[in-house]
Design a protein around this ligand. Structure first.
Ligand code: HEM
Ligand code: 2DC
Length: 469
C-alpha cells in the first residue's frame, strides 16, 4: 500500500528547533552539505521544515521525472521572499523570474523566442565571440606586463567582467567596455552588488524579510542597497538604448540585441521589458563566471584532460576553419566539461516545484501544492547515480551512457533557466578561446570547497596561472 505523507522520514516536526540547529552548524553556508547528510540519514526522500518553508526533498533521477511531470502549465519554484519584498517595497514590476500564473507564461513565451530558441544562436555567436577574443587579448596584455611570461591571479574578478560584458553585448548590442583597464565605476558597483544581493538573500530564506525590515536589520538594508544599485545601472543601460532607438530608427542589418528586438516587436509593455531585461542582466554575471572559474580550476588540476580538450578544439578549428557556430557543434567534450562542472558545482543546489497534482514518490503520497526540492548538488555527488562521483570526468557525458534526468543544472521544462542559451554559448566560446591560447596551471594542490551564498561559490579565492602555449 502507498504510505501517507506524514510517514515520510525527516525532522519536519520542529521548525524552530531546526532553525536553531541550522544556526549552530553554520547551516546557512552549508545548505548543500546538510542536504547530502540528510539523504544519507533518511534515504532518497525526506521531509523538512526550516524557518518558514516546508519541503519534501528527493534525489533520484527517476523521482525527478515524476516531479517534473506534475509541474503543471505554470510551474512555480520556491518563492524567494527577499526578492519579491524588495520589488513590493520599491514598487517595481516583477519580471519573468518572479512572475507567476498566466502572466508569467505570456511573458515567458515572448522572451523565449528572443533568448532561448535555437534560432537565436546565430545572433548571439558573433557578439559573444567578439567578447571572447577581447578577453584573450586582455590576458596577453597582462602576460606581457609581466616579466615571467605568464599571469597568475584570482581570475574571479576578470570573469565577472567578462560575463557582464558578454551578457550586455547580447542584451544591448553594445559594449560596456569592461575588458579595458579603466572601467565605469557604475559597472563595478553593479558587479559587487550582485554578489551582495545573493549573499544577503540567504538569511531571508528562513527569516521573513518584512520582519527584518521592521527591525531595521542590516541584512535587509544591504539587500535593498544592492538591488537599488542593480536596478539603477540596468535602468541607465536600458534608457540609453531606448533613447537611441527613438531618435534614430534602425538602419543597420546587424542584429541589434535582445532589448531592441523586444522593443521593436512591441508585444510586451516597456515596463515589462525593463523588468525582465534587468533580471537577465543581473542573472548573467555570477552564474557563468563562477562555472567557468570551477572549470578552469579542474582543468588546471588535470593537465592530461586539458590536453585532450585542446586537441578536440584544435581539430575542430581546422575542420571548421574557425567558424564559431560550426565549432560549437563540433566540440562534444567541451560541452561535457560544462555539464561535468555543473554536476560537481551546480550554481543552484536544488531545483524546486510546488506540484500541481498529487504524486507518489518512493511509495509515499505527496499532495498537490507541496514544495518538492530535487537535490542537484546531492545527486551530483552520489556514487550510485554517478560512479566515482569525486572524479572530474567530462567523458561521462558522451556516447551511449544513460543521462535520463541527470543533467538538470539549468533546471527543467518551460520554467528552466531563461538564460541557458546565452550561458552555454558564452561558456563554450570562452573555453574554446582559452584552450587555443593558454595553458591553465595551478601552483600547488589545494582543494577548494564550495560555500552556499544562495548560489554555490568557491569558499576561498582560487589562484590560477595562464601561460601562452
Ligand atoms: C533560472 C541555472 C545562467 C537567467 C534558472 C534556474 C536555474 C538556473 C537552475 C531555475 C530553473 C528551474 O526552476 O527549472 C543557471 C546556470 C547558469 C545560469 C547553471 C550558468 C551556468 C543564467 C544567465 C541568465 C540567467 C546567463 C541571464 C542571461 C535566468 C532567469 C531565470 C533563471 C531569468 C528565471 C526563469 C523563469 O523563472 O522563467 N537558472 N542559470 N541564468 N535563470 Fe539561470
Ligand atoms: C537557492 O533553497 C536555494 O539562476 C533555495 O540567474 C532554493 C532556490 C530557489 C531559487 C533559485 C536559488 C535556490 C538559486 C539561484 C537561482 C534561483 C532561481 C534563479 C536563480 C537558480 C536554488 C539564478 C541564479 C538567476 C538569478 C537572477 C537574478 C539575479 C535576477
Amino acid at each position: 500500500a502507498v504510505r501517507s505523507f506524514d510517514e515520510i522520514p525527516g525532522n519536519w516536526k520542529s521548525s524552530v528547533g531546526n532553525l536553531y540547529r541550522f544556526w549552530k552548524t553554520d547551516g546557512f553556508k552549508n545548505l548543500h552539505h546538510i542536504m547530502v547528510e540528510n539523504f544519507n540519514t533518511f534515504g532518497p526522500i525526506y521531509r523538512e521544515k526550516v524557518g518558514y518553508y516546508e519541503s519534501v526533498n528527493i534525489i533520484l533521477p527517476e523521482d525527478g521525472a515524476i516531479l517534473f511531470k506534475a509541474e503543471g502549465r505554470h510551474p512555480k519554484r520556491l518563492k524567494v521572499e527577499a526578492w519579491t519584498a524588495y520589488r513590493d517595497y520599491r514598487n517595481r514590476k516583477y519580471g519573468v523570474l518572479l512572475k507567476s500564473g498566466e502572466d508569467w507564461r505570456v511573458n515567458r513565451v515572448i522572451l523565449n523566442k528572443e533568448v532561448i530558441s535555437p534560432k537565436v544562436l546565430g545572433n548571439f555567436v558573433p557578439l559573444l565571440d567578439e567578447v571572447g577574443q577581447d578577453f584573450v587579448a586582455r590576458v596577453f596584455k597582462n602576460i606581457n606586463n609581466n616579466s615571467s611570461g605568464r599571469w597568475t591571479a584570482d581570475l574571479s574578478h576578470e570573469l565577472f567582467r567578462f560575463a557582464l560584458e558578454a551578457v550586455s553585448h547580447v542584451l544591448y548590442g553594445e559594449r560596456l567596455g569592461l575588458l579595458q583597464d579603466h572601467i565605469n565605476p557604475d559597472s563595478q558597483e553593479f558587479i559587487n552588488s550582485i554578489t551582495l544581493m545573493f549573499k544577503s538573500t540567504v538569511p531571508m530564506l528562513y527569516i521573513p524579510p518584512n520582519l527584518l525590515r521592521r527591525l531595521g536589520a542590516k541584512v535587509w538594508n544591504d539587500h535593498v542597497a544592492a538591488w537599488d544599485a542593480i536596478f539603477n545601472h540596468a535602468d541607465k543601460c536600458i534608457q540609453n538604448i531606448y533613447r537611441t532607438l527613438r531618435h534614430s530608427p534602425l538602419l543597420e542589418e546587424r542584429y541589434p540585441g535582445v532589448l531592441t528586438s523586444l522593443l521593436l516587436q512591441d508585444k510586451l509593455s516597456i515596463e515589462e521589458i525593463k523588468a525582465s531585461v534587468t533580471e537577465l542582466m543581473a542573472g548573467g554575471v555570477d552564474t557563468t563566471s563562477i562555472t567557468l572559474l570551477w572549470t578552469l580550476y579542474e582543468l588546471a588540476k588535470n593537465q592530461e584532460l586539458q590536453e585532450k580538450l585542446r586537441d578536440e578544439v584544435q581539430t575542430a578549428w581546422t575542420a571548421t576553419k574557425g567558424d564559431m557556430i560550426q565549432m560549437i557543434r563540433s566540440v562534444p567534450l567541451i560541452n561535457g566539461t560544462i555539464k561535468e562542472t555543473l554536476r560537481l558545482y551546480p550554481v543552484a543546489v536544488s531545483v524546486q516545484r510546488y506540484i500541481a497534482n498529487d504524486i507518489v514518490i518512493q511509495n509515499y503520497n505527496i499532495p498537490a501544492g507541496t514544495l518538492v526540492q530535487f537535490g542537484l548538488y546531492a545527486m551530483g555527488r552520489n556514487g550510485s547515480i554517478f560512479p566515482k562521483p569525486e572524479k572530474y570526468n567530462p567523458y561521462r557525458w558522451l556516447r551511449g551512457e544513460n543521462h535520463y534526468f541527470k543533467s538538470l543544472g539549468f533546471g527543467f521544462g518551460p520554467r528552466q533557466c531563461l538564460g541557458r542559451r546565452i550561458a552555454e554559448t558564452e561558456m563554450q566560446i570562452f573555453l574554446i578561446h582559452i584552450l587555443r591560447n593558454f595553458r591553465i596551471e595551478k601552483q600547488r594542490y589545494v582543494d577548494v570547497k564550495s560555500t552556499f551564498e544562495l548560489i554555490l561559490i568557491p569558499e576561498k579565492p582560487i589562484l590560477l596561472t595562464l601561460r601562452p602555449l
